[in-house]
Design a protein around this ligand. Structure first.
Ligand SMILES: NC(=O)c1ccc[n+]([C@@H]2O[C@H](COP(=O)([O-])OP(=O)(O)OC[C@H]3O[C@@H](n4cnc5c(N)ncnc54)[C@H](OP(=O)(O)O)[C@@H]3O)[C@@H](O)[C@H]2O)c1
Length: 487
């Protein structure tokens, strides 16, 4: 029986992700009337909290971006918080979920309701939580009492084998159809715009290949260190935290063939196809680094190994750069330079397509070194799409300068730009899986990096140190040079 009644159950509701991203995103959806009228949110975690304490904690992070009028805002806040409840318990304890089930039934009045479970918990408790949820009978495997969907956050394992193990174990409780693997980068407006940019603008498709594009650079940089996440980060490192998911997803969307239709199945088929077309990364094409203290002793910028909670002999990489090659007709020979790191010179996430040098040499000595055209899709800090072109500087002489045709989102669009988690949570409620990672897509992205990661561990190659606030380790320049890429 189809129902509109919805219970959103957030495991790890006391944590950062739930408090800073999920609950504010749900509030924004509520304020835009995009959630079913009859919904409830149940926070679940070990921390003992009353409903009132949970609501007070939640309220601290809610803002009325869509309803700035103070009266309207206050009314929405009150109505939203009244729908928020909390239960505490151990993640792996079936009994705790039986209590939760009783609370849900008391609130929703009957057994038939849709159930959205969000595992906002560390990966170490994914499986015990999923199994206990299954044992409690709170999840449904058919739709008789409403649908059941589960959202999980990266990291999805440490490598291909552990990712497969996790998928198999979760699969015993939730089918792949019920599982929504989130990569929040895919919810970002500008990333969602990639398919539109490529396939709704006829000018780009003829140029989007090796005949016109010399190289593609996909960058994710932060100018701060690990910001207190030592435990999680030191176990995984930047390649598993960022390259395996955000960077490979950006690469897949940049390089995929046009899907036959714009639906989840066809889009993900094409992403899998291009990921499978990437030659597995060779260790020699992978640079790893770890940040050392800032040069000149700038305070507050310690070495990674001096960060609170990081072992003094940690070999975890905080920087990774790789050159990937796609073995298909569109991209053969084009280097894809993917780079991610913490404690670097700037905060930036972007995709940069660099075109071949201008073959027409009519400007001679007036313009001996015209820089190549570039198309840049900037994800952060401030969303923009710009095309770098060479222009004549106004004046009586013929002088050239690189300039930008620039689409800055904040200037071009006056409406509120939705947060990634707003789009993604709405898609889960609607059952649209286009922006979520399918099991075979996850496997294909692990296959790109798996061999190199195992070899890196086996050879015990240490990450190269780089100064906090610098452009990264020296190996970066060498890798670029080896593939004929300018700095
Ligand atoms: N924060 C983000 O923006 C972000 C982005 C991408 C992915 N993620 C992923 O999303 C998940 C949650 O992120 P988060 O930042 O919210 O994590 P978190 O704050 O470290 O943990 C969430 C909650 O889990 C419980 N918890 C923490 N350590 C635990 C342990 N060792 N054993 C059992 N329970 C533990 C805590 O609640 P109680 O003690 O009350 O049970 C905590 O409030 C993680 O898997 C993370 O990798 C987060």
């Amino acid at each position: 029986m189809a129902t509109e009644r919805l219970a959103i159950i957030i495991l790890g509701a006391s944590g950062d992700l739930a408090q800073k991203k999920l609950l504010p995103a749900l509030f924004s959806l509520f304020a835009q009337k995009l959630l079913p009228a009859d919904f409830r949110i149940f926070g679940f975690a070990r921390t003992p909290l009353t409903d009132a304490e949970f609501r007070a904690r939640t309220a601290e992070n809610l803002t009325c971006r869509y309803t700035p009028d103070a009266h309207e805002c206050a009314a929405f806040l009150e109505q939203f918080l009244a729908r928020c409840h909390y239960c505490s318990g151990e993640y792996g304890a079936t009994d705790a979920y039986l209590d939760l089930a009783a609370a849900l039934q008391a609130e929703l009045g009957q057994l038939t309701f849709n159930r959205l479970f969000y595992l906002a918990i560390p990966p170490s408790v994914f499986l015990p939580a999923a199994r206990a949820l299954g044992n409690s009978g709170l999840t449904t495997c058919d739709n008789r009492h409403g649908w059941t969907r589960i959202v999980i956050e990266k990291p999805f394992g440490r490598d291909r084998a552990t990712s497969d193990e996790l998928a198999t174990a979760l699969g015993q409780v939730f089918s792949d159809d019920q599982t929504y693997r989130i990569d929040h980068y895919l919810g970002k407006e500008i990333i969602q715009n990639l398919l539109v940019l490529r396939f709704a603008n006829h000018i780009f498709e003829p140029l989007w290949n090796r005949h016109f594009i010399r190289d593609v650079r996909i960058t994710w940089k932060e100018d701060i260190g690990i910001a207190g996440r030592a435990g999680y980060f030191d176990d995984f490192g930047i390649i598993r935290d960022v390259m395996q998911n955000h960077l490979l997803q950006m690469l897949a969307l940049t390089a995929m063939e046009p899907p036959l239709h714009l639906d989840a199945g066809h889009i993900r088929d094409e992403k899998v196809r291009v990921l499978k077309g990437i030659r597995p990364l060779a260790l020699e094409d992978l640079v790893t680094g770890q940040y050392a203290a800032a040069e000149h002793g700038i305070g507050g910028r310690p070495a990674y190994r001096a960060e609170h909670g990081v072992p003094a002999d940690s070999r975890t990489e905080t920087y990774g750069a790789a050159v990937l090659k796609i073995e298909n007709d569109r991209w053969r020979g084009v280097p894809f330079f993917v780079e991610c790191g913490k404690a670097l010179d700037t905060k930036l996430a972007e995709i940069r397509l660099r075109f071949h040098d201008n073959a027409v040499k009519i400007f001679g000595a007036k313009a001996p070194h015209l820089p190549p055209n570039e198309l840049v899709i900037r994800v952060q800090p401030d969303e923009a799409i710009f095309l770098r072109i060479n222009t004549k500087v106004p004046g009586l002489e013929t002088k050239f300068a690189p300039t930008e045709l620039n689409l800055r989102y904040r200037a071009a669009f006056t409406g509120v730009i939705p947060e990634a988690y707003e789009s993604l949570l709405l898609d889960v409620v609607k059952g649209d899986k286009s922006l979520f990672i399918r099991a075979d897509e996850l496997a294909a992205s692990w296959d790109v990096l798996d061999g190199a990661l195992h070899e890196l561990a086996a050879t015990q190659r240490a990450p190269e140190p780089y100064a906090y606030g610098s452009a990264g380790p020296q190996g970066r320049a060498k890798l670029l040079a080896r593939h004929g890429l300018a700095l």
